[in-house]
Design a protein around this ligand. Structure first.
Ligand SMILES: *Cc1c(COP(=O)(O)O)cnc(C)c1O
Length: 437
């Protein structure tokens, strides 16, 4: 036979993913302490909790509050996961290991291979499915760098529903090909601030050239949902239901490692709102709790928004305009001046309360990296391994490289697994600017 066998591919490190999990894993079921409940600020304005509940999908609100460890993945979602290429490969970065001169083994979970170019599709598909189930005709959301907006456009199209995306104006201009891709899928893409909502009009009257911000885009998307009865508002990160859907990443990884008889020593992921980290590491958390010293968990954040390394543990709004309820996590404060950057996915003043609990309990280490060092890592990955990671994912790769170098000292080879959250192909403008191409 002129085919290579599974064993040969395993030895070469190009692991064939085993089966697709049929249940999501709920990280809320095994946290060392429960997440603090969301609160309404006492400012006399309408309840944020009630406002948000009215515009969200009922199934997702239920998922946010359950502590059941396993939730069945609906059959149509499984079929879609399969059609987009799940399980994604787990891949051994041998050229990188050789380049570093380390005995550590570096494995990469390749979420960059999904057709929208990022892991966000895993939750977008689930959310679009529940919308279709609840008879909702349209979904609305906001997006910064655009990976979430594109994933929503893609998933909504798959389930035959409409999508509207308020896209931070500056980034919509920088990432023309990503927004064009979303338009091609039939999404209504609206650079924010826009004339469609009161929030947007007020800003444009004062400053017609306004570049927009995530806070403004959230405000517009919420206002849009409130004024369109057939429309629900969805989010791509931070919330428990998003981490639940993303657990498909960690469940597959766990099974793939089992398949080749590898017990991971270190897991790394980049962290913005926390959904790729939570989904990737969640299914390993029971192992970590049983034997804390045998598994290290590391979150890699942007030095421009260093919440886990420098933030405070307290209640804050997750959005800069204070439209969402207060949640307890690590925060820089919602007035923190986040510098303009090409790593939009990590550019947040606070993040998931679940990630906050992991950090607070001493289960999650954190490291922060500067923008110019991470783009060089992306170039190195392309040269050695033949693919270009998203700038956000380069943070995870940078942390994996650091620990692989530190591991030169250790006697037994360490198994390091990094989550590659997305592809850099639609982020070439960042590579051009930072590396001066
Ligand atoms: C959105 C995004 C991130 C950060 O989001 P998390 O919720 O922290 O995972 C990281 N990488 C890519 C490619 C993204 O699109």
């Amino acid at each position: 036979m002129n085919y290579i066998t599974t064993e040969e591919r395993h030895r070469a490190g190009q692991l064939i993913a085993a089966e697709l999990p049929t249940r999501w894993f709920n990280i809320l079921s095994c946290l060392p302490e429960p997440v603090a409940p969301p609160l309404d600020p006492e400012d006399g304005r309408p309840s944020r909790i009630e406002t948000m509940r009215a515009i969200r999908l009922a199934a997702l609100t239920r998922q946010d509050s359950t502590i059941e460890p396993w939730i069945d993945i609906p059959q149509p979602v499984l079929e879609r996961y399969s059609s987009i290429g799940r399980p994604t490969p787990l891949y051994r970065a041998r050229a990188l290991e050789t380049h570093l001169g380390t005995r550590a083994h570096i494995y990469l979970k390749r979420e960059d291979l999904l057709p929208s170019g990022s892991f966000k599709l895993n939750s977008a598909i689930a959310q679009a499915y529940y919308a279709a189930e609840e008879g909702v005709a349209n979904l609305v959301t906001e997006t910064g760098a655009g990976q979430w907006g594109l994933s929503v456009a893609y998933a909504a199209r798959m389930f035959g529903i409409g999508s509207t995306v308020y896209w931070v104006r500056l980034s919509e201009g920088q990432k023309k090909y990503r927004s064009a891709f979303a338009r091609l899928l039939g999404a209504d893409i609206i650079p924010s601030p826009s004339c469609r909502t009161e929030v947007g009009r007020t800003i444009l009257e004062r400053d017609p050239q306004n570049h927009g911000s995530l806070g403004t885009a959230i405000g517009e998307a919420i206002a849009h949902a409130q004024s369109h009865g057939d429309c629900r508002y969805i989010s791509g990160s931070n919330l428990a239901h998003v981490l639940l859907h993303q657990s498909v990443i960690g469940l597959e990884t766990r099974q793939q490692l089992n398949e080749i008889g590898v017990r991971p020593n270190i897991l790394v992921a980049c962290v913005g709102g926390g959904s790729n980290l939570g989904g990737f590491m969640g299914p390993f958390l029971p192992d970590k709790l049983l034997a804390p010293d045998s598994l290290r968990l590391i979150g890699a954040e942007s030095a421009g928004s260093p919440r886990l390394t420098q933030g405070q543990w307290r209640y804050d709004h997750a959005d800069p305009a204070g439209l969402t309820p207060l949640s307890k996590s690590y925060t820089l404060g919602r007035d923190y001046p986040l510098p303009a950057s090409h790593v939009g996915g990590l550019r947040q003043h606070s993040g998931s309360p679940i990630i906050g609990v992991l950090r607070k309990a001493g289960l999650l280490e954190a490291r922060a990296y500067e923008e110019n060092e991470i783009f060089r890592i992306g170039k190195l990955c392309l040269e050695l391994e033949g693919f270009l990671p998203a700038p956000e994912s380069c943070h995870a790769l940078k942390a994996a490289i650091e620990v692989a170098i530190e591991a030169k000292q250790t006697d037994c080879p360490q198994a390091i697994v990094a989550c590659i959250s997305g592809s850099g192909l639609l982020d070439l403008s960042g590579y051009i600017d930072v590396l001066g191409l």
